[in-house]
Design a protein around this ligand. Structure first.
Ligand code: GLA
Length: 389
């Protein structure tokens, strides 16, 4: 934080007004269910994006990131916010400014903002949603906007959907906006009702493992899955009347799945329905202290994502299998898939041993070296402190 304030001064020539933070997120279970009107069960991390910011007297916007120093200061104008390829990462804060303004929030002047993020790069732990949410807190605080956090979450998702052009669901922004230390959020993505759930794993810990495999082609495959699920809803509605797959029980799905003609589309829909039900069961298991039962559902989630939804790939499968072989209580991919991270529950006493053995097996199988992190569940996006002049 000290360094970020120092960098702010160096780059922008004046001190920042205040410091802000938004975490990354990891999803425990409930994958590819958010845009299907189902449930997700994510938590906010202790790592995330820091922002130092200051209001300006004119309409200029200046952005700087310590993670992309070679890109220098990126400038834009509050009166003319458009997506620009060359602005790269700065399109996220620009997008948030744009949607806030369009929604009628009084963002009255330009800003200088410097960012520093410690979420591992490209790992699928939502560094982009983290930048969006930290920007929304900057706007709320510096312009004294009376906006509630769920509204800020929705606008951040809108920035990603409409300004950046990535068709994501609401999970990442929600977890990052409303996360709570040592809790997971059971979120109903249809109603946005949620329950803060203590993550008590007794003598176990959560470990994130990064495949260090870049998520090539992920966006087009993601959009394809979304439209396959929409197609399934249309076909099911020859007899049913549903808005999303999240409305169906497993039994209802089984009784009507013959209406879905393409077997691939049928498997996609099956995942969405079963994963949603698994997430509700997992919530029960966790609240009842049944860690083994929770872990078993994580394993089933991975298998469904691998075989029915087909969003895992060789690296995620290798890492999860290694974790299963080395005694994880539960292990699965987390996030959109096609690379990125896995999440697992591991005996506290076994952590070092586990990391060593899983790392070795993964490297042997794929030639890649994985990174491991013991998860600390942190609070959601917030202002950190005023800065004395
Ligand atoms: C990405 C999206 C989320 C969600 C997950 C899959 O992280 O941003 O909205 O759909 O994939 O569960």
């Amino acid at each position: 934080m000290e360094q970020l304030l120092q960098v702010f001064k160096e780059q922008f020539g004046q001190a920042a007004d205040a410091l802000f933070f938004a975490p990354g997120r990891v999803n425990l279970i409930g994958e590819h269910t958010d845009y299907n009107g189902g449930h997700v069960f994510p938590c906010a991390l202790s790592v995330g994006t820091y922002a130092a910011a200051r209001k300006r007297d004119d309409q200029k916007l200046r952005f700087y990131s310590m993670n992309f120093e070679d890109q220098g200061i990126i400038e834009a104008d509050l009166g003319e916010l458009v997506y620009e390829e060359a602005h790269d990462w700065a399109n996220y804060p620009k997008g948030v400014l744009d949607v806030f303004k369009k929604a009628g929030w009084d963002v009255t002047s330009g800003l200088d903002i410097a960012f520093y993020g410690n979420i591992p790069n490209g790992a699928g732990l939502s560094s982009s949603a983290s930048i969006e949410l930290v920007t929304s807190v900057v706007l709320r605080e510096l312009f004294a906007l009376d906006i509630d956090q769920v509204e800020a979450v929705k606008l951040s998702q809108k920035a990603e959907n409409e300004f950046v052009g990535v068709n994501c669901g609401i999970m990442d922004q929600f977890a990052i906006g409303l996360g709570k230390k040592d809790h997971a959020l059971l979120l109903d993505c249809d109603t946005l009702e949620y329950k803060e759930t203590p993550v008590k794993l007794s003598d176990h810990v959560l470990i994130i493992a990064n495949t260090n495999k870049r998520r090539g082609l992920a966006d087009s495959a993601y959009n394809e899955r979304r439209s396959q699920c929409e197609q399934a809803v249309r076909e099911l509605n020859q007899e049913l009347e549903i808005g999303t797959l999240g409305e169906l029980t497993k039994e209802q799905f089984e009784a009507h799945k013959h209406l879905i003609e393409d077997p691939i589309v049928q498997r996609r829909a099956k995942h969405a329905v079963y994963e949603n039900r698994r997430t509700l069961e997992a919530y029960e298991k966790l609240t009842n202290g049944d860690i083994a039962g929770f872990g078993q559902l994580m394993n089933e989630s991975h298998i469904s994502l691998r075989d029915d939804y087909e969003v895992t790939g060789k690296e995620l499968d290798a890492l999860v299998e290694a974790a299963w072989n080395e005694g994880a209580v539960g292990a699965r991919m987390t996030g959109a898939g096609f690379g990125g991270c896995t999440i697992q529950i591991v005996d506290r006493d076994q952590v070092d041993n586990f990391i060593e053995r899983v790392g070795a097996a993964y490297e042997k199988g794929t030639g890649l070296s994985a990174d491991f992190y013991v998860v600390e569940i942190g609070d959601g996006a917030r202002k950190l402190e005023e800065v004395g002049q």
